[in-house]
Write a protein that binds this ligand. Structure first.
Ligand SMILES: [Zn+2]
Length: 100
């Protein structure tokens, strides 16, 4: 996978808004209920209170990710904020460390 920031077609705002709406709709589905049922953060594997679970795009919308079921994961606020504050490459390195 390429790590170059400019290596993808940046989606326009309309597209991002549409994907956000899709994610919102998916949040109300049974599928999401089941996904968040165990209350485990996808990234740090810690137990998260239901109301603190956030929906995260594995590949961020800004990087061309879509609101599809395989691109959406439940995660805690800490991980979500951390991910937002990091560069994609930094985040990947962080994830590698977590796995060990
Ligand atoms: Zn987490």
């Amino acid at each position: 996978m390429a790590h170059d920031f400019l290596d993808f077609d940046a989606p326009d705002e309309t597209e991002i808004r549409r994907e956000k709406e899709k994610a919102k709709a998916l949040r109300k589905t049974r599928w999401w209920q089941q996904k968040t049922g165990p209350g485990i953060c996808y990234y740090c594997r810690k137990k998260v209170l239901y109301r603190q679970i956030t929906m995260d795009h594995l590949v961020p919308l800004a990087r061309g990710g879509r609101s599809t079921k395989d691109n959406l994961v439940p995660c805690c606020k800490t991980c979500n904020n951390l991910k937002k504050s990091m560069m994609p490459l930094e985040w990947e390195e962080y994830m590698e460390k977590m796995k060990k």
